[in-house]
Design a protein around this ligand. Structure first.
Ligand code: ADP
Ligand code: MG
Length: 262
C-alpha cells in the first residue's frame, strides 16, 4: 500500500514572525479581538508547515490601554498584574485559535523569562523556548510588562523581542506583520530600507495612529535597523491582507518593506 503523503510542504528552516497587536485586536476598542483577522492568521499558519517557527505577538488593545491606565504613575504590582493579565488573555485566545486548527502552539510569557535594565533585555532564559522548538512546538511569545533592574519594571515590546530573538536564534527569515503595507513615505511603500536611508526617511516615520505605548512604526523600524546593522535582514508587511502570512512563510521576499544592511 502506498504511504500517505501530506500535501503540505514542510519548509526546512527556522522562521521568526511577529504579528502586530494591530492585526489580532481592534486597537481602538479596549480588550477587543479582531476575530476575522485572528482566524485568518491562524488558518494561514495551519496551512503552511515550517519546520521551526517562532511567533511573537503584540499587545494591541490587550495591554496598551491597561499600561496607560494602571502604570502611568509608576511601579505597582496591581498595575503590572492588570497589564500582564490582559496580554496573557490575548495570548491564550490566540493559542486556542491556533490549537483549534491543529497548530502545536504553546505560550512563553516574558514576565517569567526576561529581565531588562533601563528597558533593554539583559537576560532571556530560552531553555523552554528551545525545548519547544526541539519538540516541534511553536512558541508564542508576546509583548509584556517585565521586571527592570534599574527602573523596577518596564514595558517590553513585541518588536524588541523580535530583535533579541533574531540576534540569538539566527532564524533564516524574520518578519513583522502589521496593519500597513510597510514603511510608507510620501504615500508610497518604501520597498527597501538600509541604515543609511533610515536617516533620510526618519522624520516621515512616526508612532502609531492608535493607542500604542511602545512607539508604533518608528520603534519597529528602529529595532529592525539595529538588526540590519548586525547583518540580519527582515520584512515589515501587511498581515491584515489575506494570503500575505502564507506568502511570507512559504517563500515571499517581495512583501512590504525589506530592511537590510545594504
Ligand atoms: N511612515 C509610516 N509608515 C507606515 N506606518 C506608519 C508610519 N508612521 C506611522 N505609522 C503608524 O504605525 C502603525 C503601525 O505601528 P503599530 O500601531 O505599533 O503596529 P503593531 O500593532 O503592528 O505594532 C501604522 O498603523 C501607522 O498608523
Ligand atoms: Mg506596535
Amino acid at each position: 500500500m502506498q504511504a500517505c503523503v501530506s500535501s503540505k510542504e514542510i519548509v526546512p528552516r527556522m522562521i521568526l514572525l511577529k504579528i502586530g497587536g494591530s492585526v489580532l485586536t481592534d486597537k481602538a476598542r479596549e480588550t477587543t479581538i479582531n476575530e476575522a483577522n485572528m482566524c485568518m492568521v491562524a488558518q494561514q499558519i495551519a496551512n503552511t508547515r515550517v519546520s521551526k517557527l517562532m511567533l511573537v505577538h503584540g499587545a494591541g488593545s490587550f495591554g496598551h490601554p491597561q499600561a496607560i491606565k494602571y502604570l502611568s504613575e509608576g511601579f505597582s504590582a496591581q498595575g503590572i498584574w492588570k497589564t500582564h493579565a490582559a496580554v496573557c488573555l490575548l495570548n491564550t485566545i490566540f493559542i486556542d485559535e491556533l490549537q483549534s486548527k491543529n497548530v502545536p502552539a504553546l505560550p512563553i510569557h516574558p514576565l517569567d523569562h526576561v529581565i531588562v535594565d533601563h528597558g533593554k533585555i539583559v537576560e532571556f532564559n530560552l531553555v523552554a523556548l528551545q525545548l519547544m522548538l526541539e519538540n516541534n512546538v511553536i512558541p508564542v511569545i508576546h509583548g509584556d510588562v517585565v521586571m527592570d533592574r534599574s527602573r523596577r519594571f518596564s514595558i517590553l515590546s513585541g518588536d524588541q523581542l523580535v530583535t533579541h530573538l533574531a540576534r540569538i536564534m539566527r532564524p533564516q527569515k524574520t518578519g513583522m506583520g502589521t496593519d500597513v503595507d510597510g514603511i510608507i513615505y510620501e504615500g508610497k511603500t518604501i520597498r527597501h530600507l538600509t541604515p543609511t536611508d533610515f536617516e533620510r526617511y526618519r522624520a516621515g516615520i512616526t508612532g502609531s495612529g492608535n493607542i500604542d505605548v511602545t512607539g508604533g512604526m518608528l520603534h519597529k523600524v528602529s529595532e529592525l535597523i539595529d538588526l540590519a546593522k548586525l547583518g540580519i535582514s527582515s520584512q515589515i508587511f501587511d498581515a491584515t491582507k489575506e494570503g500575505n502570512i502564507a506568502r511570507f512563510l512559504a517563500a515571499g521576499n517581495d512583501l512590504g518593506t525589506t530592511i537590510s544592511a545594504e
